[in-house]
Ligand binder design. Structure first.
Ligand code: GDP
Ligand code: MG
Length: 175
């Protein structure tokens, strides 16, 4: 029935960030509610989709996974260009992955300007003993840069569903 299909809004979310920060694991947690200790490194770019029911509206999120490897860097601009939101992920146990957020942010802003919704996810919240990036540092950076911020764990599932639900609501509200 076309009148129903028409009401389903589709949004493209692109995942970026250094290799091994947990991009594929976060997607896998949200889509399948599962976690694998060993993920195959993502080759190139692929997406999965999930339908969310918010209030009385139905929306479909397309989650585009990618690889952080330098050799795929040439793919990044076209991948970001037609996105509705960018999800930049870092690993709280890896300071270098947090430092890289600036670079990923530049890529997004070069392609999409300042108006695009950007979510900053600090992953691996389940490893507090190995924490190298403090919560407040992520929060402050996000505030300065006007990003939505959350600390998550793909392993334990903390905050994952809430992040996507909030993002979906914001995307819908910005129409
Ligand atoms: P990607 O390269 O950004 O896609 O990262 P992956 O999803 O492949 O994850 C890299 C490694 O970190 C894998 O061994 C995952 O099992 C592990 N990992 C991902 N998320 C978490 C998490 O929330 N907690 C812990 N402890 N390990 C994680
Ligand atoms: Mg991956």
């Amino acid at each position: 029935d076309q009148s129903i299909t028409k009401q389903v809004k589709k949004y493209k979310l692109v995942f970026i960030g250094d290799q091994s920060v947990g991009k594929t694991s976060i997607i896998n947690r949200f889509i399948n509610d599962s976690f694998q200790g060993t993920q195959q490194p993502t080759v190139g770019i692929d997406f999965v989709a999930k339908t969310l029911h918010l209030d009385n509206k139905t929306i479909r999120l397309q989650l585009w996974d990618t690889a952080g490897q330098e050799r795929f860097r040439s793919l990044i601009p076209s991948y970001i260009r037609d996105s509705d939101a960018a999800i930049i992920v870092y690993d709280i146990t890896n300071q270098a992955s947090f430092a890289s957020v600036n670079k990923w942010l530049d890529y997004v802003r070069e392609e999409r300007g300042d108006g695009v919704l950007i979510v900053l996810l600090a992953n691996k919240l389940d490893l507090p003993d190995q924490r190298a990036v403090q919560t407040v540092d992520g929060q402050q950076f996000a505030k300065q840069q006007n990003l939505i911020f959350s600390e998550v764990s793909a392993k334990e599932g903390n905050n994952i569903n809430d992040v996507f639900k909030n993002l979906a609501q914001l995307l819908q509200g910005s129409e």
